[in-house]
Design a protein around this ligand. Structure first.
Ligand code: PHE
Length: 443
């Protein structure tokens, strides 16, 4: 059985594993804890959870459906659907731009993502070579040295991109399916081991209180925008990853349930990662919870260097981060690769060369200038992904004809379907639009 692009996952459940492997990444283990730390802890967490449940899950289902019905990459799926529905102005000319915007967003994310992937690789190699790294102030020094030794930083980044390419070149089934299926269970196991360790040497009560006791005094539109942007980023939503993975999924598998499972797994991993990091950070009170992007790269190694078995756990932690980063990076470039294959009829290797060449160039820009890094991060996650989400929801709610997908939504009851429809037609786009507007102009 093949879809229109000639590829389908071979095993049951690969959609869940692949979408979860894409979702679970630096976003959960590096970005979530530091966003939580700089944006008021529990206030950010509760808004984030609300965004996932009320806005993101309905849009996720919509996005995967587009791929299932269109059966192609993020640009061509829209064209296929227009052909199936009969052309009209609004169906045929505008909507493929969503896919194009998604592929561009993917470039922006891939560029700063590969810089952080490179840091992860550097820390892992350092931990393996040196045992427990650096003394207490050493990790700060190591991090600034890493950032100032730009040549080394770029080398690590290129190595990370090379590792991604090695998987992507092998194709959808031999590369992506084989690799992504084993990663999520591996990540979960490593995280649980790390959490038990962190609880035993750190201060779980303080860490968990910081995460869960509600303090809404810090709330602002800016924080709501960040929480929503992060929810989109963490679920790999709004840029065509799910369209692409949906197109690789056989039609007899229940999308609704699978999407829910992906959302639950992604949230669980983010919470576990925070539950590893904050008890440690609070136990060593000289460390700041609001350290920002360096939280994982400075605070944690400092702690690992002074606690027993720290060297071993440092290796486990950075191996976990690397695996999570790689599995997401593979999916960040997939929409663009699939679009090039479909559009120009290119071979996978050819499309991959072009994409990885461009990502390396943009990545070097991010490594050289932190302003470029921060802009790529903010614009892609907080603006373009939510914008993609609005358009995807409106498309499925108002343009896509229900008879093309009713047997595939996978929501068991009529009531659930009506709620989902109301969400994608009105509630989700309105909420995203409102948060975007206020977050950008009123904060
Ligand atoms: N979800 C990934 C993470 O949490 C990042 C990502 C964003 C992957 C967008 C694909 C698309 O790290």
């Amino acid at each position: 059985m093949v879809n229109q692009s000639g590829r389908l996952w071979q095993k049951r459940g690969t959609f869940v594993m692949a979408a979860a492997a894409s979702a679970i990444g630096l976003g959960n283990i590096w970005r979530f804890p530091h966003e939580l730390g700089t944006n008021g802890g529990s206030a950010f967490l509760f808004i984030y959870l609300a965004c996932i449940a009320l806005v993101c899950l309905p849009v996720m289902l919509a996005e995967a459906l587009i791929g299932r019905v269109g059966g192609k990459g993020p640009v061509q799926s829209f064209s296929v659907i227009s052909r199936l529905q009969g052309k009209s102005f609004i169906t045929s000319s505008f909507w493929p731009l969503i896919g194009l915007m998604g592929a561009l967003t993917g470039f922006m994310i891939a560029s700063f993502y590969s810089v952080v992937g490179g840091w992860t690789l550097a820390y892992l190699l350092d931990a393996i070579v040196q045992g427990s790294t650096t003394t207490s102030e050493g990790s700060q020094v190591y991090f600034s040295k890493l950032e100032s030794r730009v040549g080394f930083e770029i080398l690590m980044m290129l190595l990370f991109i090379g590792l991604t390419a090695a998987i992507v070149y092998q194709g959808v089934v031999k590369g992506l399916e084989r690799f992504l299926r084993i990663l999520t269970p591996a990540i979960l196991i490593m995280l649980v081991v790390l959490m038990l360790y962190s609880f035993s040497v750190g201060s779980p009560s303080q860490g968990l209180a910081y995460m869960f006791s509600p303090d809404f005094s810090k709330l602002s539109w800016g924080i709501v925008l960040k929480a929503m942007g992060h929810a989109f980023f963490s679920l790999s939503l709004g840029m065509g990853v799910l369209i692409t993975f949906g197109s690789y999924t056989p039609k007899d598998q229940n999308l609704g349930q699978m999407i829910l499972l992906v959302g639950v797994l992604d949230t669980l991993v983010a919470l576990l990662a925070a539950a590893v990091i904050f008890p440690l950070v609070f136990a060593f009170d000289n460390l700041q919870v609001n350290a920002g992007p360096s939280l994982v790269f400075v605070a944690l190694p400092q702690i690992f260097s002074v606690i027993s078995w720290g060297g071993v756990f440092q290796i486990v932690f950075f191996a976990l981060l690397l695996v999570a980063a790689l599995s997401s990076m593979v999916s960040i470039v997939e929409p663009a690769i699939s679009a090039l294959e479909n559009y120009f009829g290119w071979k996978r290797a050819q499309a991959s060369h072009v994409i990885f060449g461009l990502v390396s160039a943009l990545g070097i820009g991010c490594a050289l200038d932190s302003a470029v890094f921060n802009t790529m991060d903010f614009v892609s996650a907080n603006v373009l992904l939510p914008l993609g989400g609005i358009l995807i929801a409106l498309y499925v709610g108002w343009v896509l004809k229900p008879e093309l997908y009713t047997d595939q939504v996978g929501l068991p009851t009529g009531l659930l379907r009506r709620i989902w429809m109301a969400m994608v037609c009105v509630v989700s786009p309105a909420c995203i639009g409102w948060v975007l507007y206020n977050g950008l102009f009123n904060s």
